[in-house]
Design a protein around this ligand. Structure first.
Ligand SMILES: [Zn+2]
Length: 81
C-alpha cells in the first residue's frame, strides 16, 4: 500500500533525511516531488518524518478501519422488533 521514501534536505546544519509516504504510483502523499531517487543513507542524520504524509497515512488507516468495521457489522443486525 504505502512505502517510505527518503528525501535529502539540505539545511544549515547539513543534510538531513525526510521520510515521505509514497503510494503505489510513486507519488508522495503530501504532493512533494522527489527529484531524485534518494536512497536511505545510513549515517545521515537527523532523520525526520514528513508530517503531511504521516497525517495522510493516519487518515487512510482510520478510514480503512472504519470501512472494515462497517463491513464486519453488516446490515440488518439491528433488531427493533
Ligand atoms: Zn511528505
Amino acid at each position: 500500500m504505502y512505502h517510505m521514501s527518503p528525501e535529502h534536505v539540505a539545511t544549515e546544519i547539513g543534510t538531513r533525511q525526510l521520510w515521505h509516504a509514497v503510494d503505489c504510483n510513486g507519488n508522495t502523499l503530501c504532493g512533494q516531488a522527489l527529484s531524485e531517487k534518494a536512497l536511505h543513507t545510513p549515517g545521515v542524520t537527523p532523520e525526520d518524518y514528513c508530517t503531511t504524509c504521516m497525517r495522510a497515512v493516519g487518515a487512510a488507516m482510520a478510514s480503512h478501519t472504519r470501512q472494515t468495521h462497517v463491513a464486519s457489522t453488516g446490515e440488518g443486525v439491528l433488531d427493533d422488533h
